[in-house]
Design a protein around this ligand. Structure first.
Ligand code: NAP
Ligand code: MG
Length: 481
């Protein structure tokens, strides 16, 4: 497999880039080069879009049950490659080894089963499903056509699965453009799809910079829909480019998600572990990370003590060292960005409860930043408003629950959130939060429920039946029966 990393996969063939150039993939723990990928040229994007368009008629004509069979084989082939996937996420992302296997691999593969179940549910539902009807019409939900999937580096395989599995199940064909920072598991997924026997052109991979490929794919006349996960800034650029056709876009963007600790919660110790897992695992590079915790001012000292104790369970270090929970950030750019925000927080007058300003960047020393907690943060500070995308938590004191809700809703984002306190009260607060996800009292995510953002956190949904329908359009067929 490793000998294919420098190739695209277009029309069922592993093929070099028209550019003849490659880009290095860097290990953020020590600055070494893990592999090289093609520096894709715009013509590569064209070839992939053409292949996907040619494959569309036959793939979209299959029954859902037939596409489900391909998906089940893909799931098995991916499972057979789980050790390789985990190893690659250690190397390209700096993910601690056990997290790489559990979260970057096994958990993501489990999403395939949820999508398959959702697709079969839609196939069986003769009212609102793929072949639904009203009193006077059939309502068919049909594929969009060719979908371009543009994905980021923070959960490399997961974010790809979230797009290509529902897109393919619903009968679309796909051109995938992963992030240049963590592109290798995309190639493993393609290898698995090839072994699963997917027809040529149904799933294509182009590697390289977003500026060269993403832009070309977005504007390509044969591309019917762009599904993007990444920064709000690039999301805006994609939406603008897509608007010219216009064509459909689905956007999963950034967040600044709040956890509200209610005054009526008997103790906060039980909330710390989940909060820290959210903001410190994956080195804080999680779009749904709970990066703000809202604490009653009268209980601030108690909250500080609970957090200080909790930090012991999140040691930083090399991803291959047993017991390490926090590895390096994904690369130099991310390191500089996070370092800049920690400096900014101090300038803005927030106090460091844990962590320190990271040292100057040194590739060989690695992109390590220790879990950092700012307290006495004011909601209008930039560290409380902007997405940092690193292991940096802001503790914001509040006086009343109304004020907590206002602070929670007081950023341009609305991706995730959490409420900790007595169930009834927590659910009442959940209704007032403007975000696509709310976790009540440490509940885990259910991958068959829809996922997505309010406000500037995105447009559209992934996961669940809604995540499947995102890749369809409806046709009403009027017929006297
Ligand atoms: P990014 O810079 O926005 O890049 C995302 C993808 O878009 C990459 O593949 C990138 O290619 C490509 N791209 C860059 N410029 C483009 C353009 N002009 N046209 C089309 N594609 C272009 O994001 P990132 O730095 O990889 O990821 C971090 C961000 O993603 C964070 O803000 C995070 O919140 C967000 N995120 C959101 C979710 C969610 O589900 N809501 C999930 C994960 C991450 P390159 O490789 O060349 O950069
Ligand atoms: Mg980028």
């Amino acid at each position: 497999m490793r000998e294919r990393f420098h190739l695209h996969y277009i029309d069922g063939r592993w093929t070099p880039s028209a550019s003849g150039e490659t880009l290095p993939v860097i290990n953020p723990a020590d600055g070494t080069t893990v592999a090289r990928i093609p520096a894709g040229a715009p013509e590569d994007a064209d070839r992939a879009a053409e292949a996907a368009a040619r494959a569309f008629p036959a793939w979209s004509a299959l029954k859902v049950e037939e596409r489900v069979r391909f998906m089940s084989r893909l799931r098995d082939e991916l499972t057979a490659r789980r050790e390789l996937i985990a190893d690659l996420e250690v190397d390209e992302l700096g993910s601690p080894a056990d997290y790489a296997l559990r979260k970057h691999c096994d958990y993501q593969i489990s999403r395939i089963d949820a999508y398959v179940e959702g697709a079969l549910t839609l196939a069986r539902d003769d009212r609102n499903g793929l072949e639904g009807r009203t009193e006077g019409a059939y309502v068919w939900r049909e594929p969009m056509g060719v979908v371009a999937a543009v994905t980021p580096w923070n959960y490399p395989l997961g974010q790809i699965i979230q797009k290509i599995i529902p897109a393919l199940l619903m009968g679309n064909t796909v051109v995938l453009k992963p992030s240049t920072l963590a592109p290798l598991t995309a190639a493993v997924l393609i290898d698995a799809a090839e072994a699963a026997g997917f027809p040529a052109g149904v799933l294509n991979l182009v590697q390289g910079r977003g500026s060269a490929l993403g832009e070309r794919l977005t504007r390509h006349p044969l591309v019917d829909m762009v599904s993007f996960t990444g920064s709000t800034e690039v999301g805006r650029a994609i939406a603008r480019a897509a608007a010219e056709a216009p064509k459909k876009t689905a956007l999963e963007l950034g967040g600044k998600s709040p956890a509200i600790w209610l005054p009526s919660a008997p103790a906060y110790t039980g909330a710390v572990l989940k909060l820290f897992e959210s903001i410190f695992l994956n080195a804080g590079q999680t779009c749904t990370a709970l990066s703000r915790v809202l604490v009653p001012r009268s209980r601030l000292n108690e909250a500080h003590a609970a957090m200080k104790l909790g930090l012991e369970r999140f040691p930083v270090g090399h991803p291959l060292t047993p017991g390490v929970k926090v590895g390096p950030l994904c690369g130099e750019r991310q390191y500089e960005k996070v370092k800049g925000y920690i400096e900014l927080g101090l300038q803005e007058g927030a106090e460091l409860l844990a962590g320190k300003v990271p040292e100057s960047f040194d590739a060989a020393r690695g992109c390590f930043v220790e879990p950092t907690i700012f307290t006495n943060v004011r909601p209008d500070m930039r560290i409380a408003q902007e997405e940092i995308f690193g292991p940096v938590l802001c503790v914001i004191p509040y006086d009343t629950v109304d004020e907590a809700v206002e602070i929670a809703n007081g950023t341009p984002y609305g991706l995730s959130s959490a409420v900790f306190g007595p169930d009834e009260e927590a659910l009442a607060v959940a209704r007032r939060i403007r975000a696509g996800n709310v976790f009540i009292n440490n509940a885990p995510r259910d991958v068959s429920a829809p996922f997505g953002g309010y406000k500037q956190s995105g447009i559209g949904r992934e996961s669940g039946v809604e995540g499947l329908l995102e890749f369809t359009q409806t046709k009403s067929v009027f017929h006297r029966w």
